[in-house]
Design a protein around this ligand. Structure first.
Ligand code: ZN
Length: 401
């Protein structure tokens, strides 16, 4: 089929392996992410858009626009997820999708039985994986959407637009995307992260995220003489966990429900460590969940005076709606533009964090928008070319003067 230059960008980017690595101590976590950074910089150079790579692997760029208009930021990430390889991605193009199963390879089939959302794309062109890797639409679709919008405005100087600030970040998938974010260098009055799926979504609510580290020191003694004396750290740890609300677990929650998720439980009868993440969209409810941990610690310390329980709770990120409600310019502008294009915007709670949440708290309100790609982080990922093109039109309209 005829591949236009916008889709060609996407296909070019996904072929560059940019998987990040959460075990790495370096920034960026993997050097291969710089291969895409350099490719994007080369293309920005070709468009005549000033750009720079900072020492942390972030690409900043600026396209001048109409004087007196606010600078609108666009950002996306360059890395791909850890759950599935992003090496040797062989994107497959399926024209005029008929609503039936798509055979990815001998072993794997992308089926509307598993992913009913596929049925929304009948007649559309889909880009899928070859079954062996992820696709990387998360977030190379975002990268390609931003580059396509820039290419359009460079090719059409007669169409006036806002000054545009661009940022491509590494390491979003390992939660380090916003580290070293320089709001001043970015220079946006407000911004949009292009890193979601549905094109009609404007994400404004993400989780508040905290974590709790629990260390339980038991009281060890020869089991033959243990009566009335031994405090087994494993038993106390189990009891600790059972004192938390049994319904507040990821596997029982969705939508606006928060959860406490136990990530690890390690140790022996004398010493146990447990690590939890605590999530809720509502700050007051998150605080309530934290109190459950404090209550469990105090209760068990009273019950087992010979045990020692250490509890540390710290905050990781906050719900950007706190900022977006106080400074609604980014969201109001997006809603107005969506409606002018005949799209009724939808805002659903995001059950995770976004880079934009951190940017928002650093003074740059940054809701999250879609990309037209779905089933992220695995071999069943796919891109709807129609929705990808729609996102390019939406973002063009967002920065138009
Ligand atoms: Zn992403």
């Amino acid at each position: 089929m005829q591949v236009d230059e916008n889709l060609a960008r996407f296909l070019r980017y996904v072929k560059i392996d940019t998987q990040s690595d959460d075990a790495s101590q370096t920034t960026p976590s993997t050097l291969k992410q710089l291969d895409l950074a350099r490719q994007l910089m080369k293309e920005l150079d070709e468009l005549g858009i000033p750009n720079e790579l900072d020492e942390y692997g972030r690409v900043y760029a600026h396209l001048d626009g109409e004087k007196g208009l606010p600078t609108i930021g666009l950002n996306s990430h360059m890395d791909t997820a850890l759950e599935c390889s992003g090496k040797d991605v062989k994107p497959q193009i399926h024209e005029n999708y008929d609503g039936k199963d798509i055979r990815l390879n001998e072993e794997y089939t992308l089926s509307p039985k598993d992913f009913p959302n596929l049925l929304r794309h009948i007649g559309d062109t889909l880009v899928t994986t070859s079954g062996d890797t992820l696709l990387g639409g998360d977030d190379k679709a975002g990268d390609a959407i931003i580059m396509s919008v820039l290419a359009y405005y460079v090719a059409h100087p007669e169409v006036k637009h806002h000054p545009i600030a661009i940022l491509f970040t590494p390491d979003e998938e390992i939660g380090r995307g916003p580290e070293h974010f320089d709001a001043k260098k970015f220079g946006a009055d407000w911004a949009y992260t292009i890193d979601g799926d549905f094109p009609d979504h404007i994400d404004i609510d993400n989780f508040n995220g905290s974590h709790a580290d629990v260390k339980i020191h038991g009281f060890g003694i020869h089991p033959g003489e243990a009566k009335g004396k031994m405090v087994n750290a494993i038993r106390v740890a189990e009891e600790f966990d059972s004192l938390l609300d049994p319904n507040e677990k990821p596997e029982y929650t969705d939508g606006w429900d928060g959860f406490n998720h136990i990530l690890s439980f390690q140790g022996d009868s004398t010493y146990v460590e447990m690590h939890y993440i605590i999530r809720n969209h509502k700050k007051e409810l998150l605080e309530k969940q934290k109190k459950e941990f404090v209550f469990a610690k105090e209760f068990l310390e009273k019950k087992y005076p010979n045990a020692k329980i250490e509890l540390e709770i710290a905050d990781d990120y906050r719900n950007m709606s706190e900022v977006l409600e106080k400074d609604p310019r980014a969201v109001e502008h997006a809603r107005k533009v969506f409606r002018s294009l005949g799209i009724e915007p939808v805002s659903l709670p995001v059950r995770g964090g976004t880079d934009g949440a951190t940017f928002s708290f650093q003074g740059c309100p940054t809701p999250n928008l879609g990309t037209g790609s779905y089933n992220h982080h695995g071999r069943f990922e796919y891109l709807s070319v129609r929705e990808f093109n729609l996102m390019i039109e939406i973002v063009k309209a967002l920065v138009k003067a």
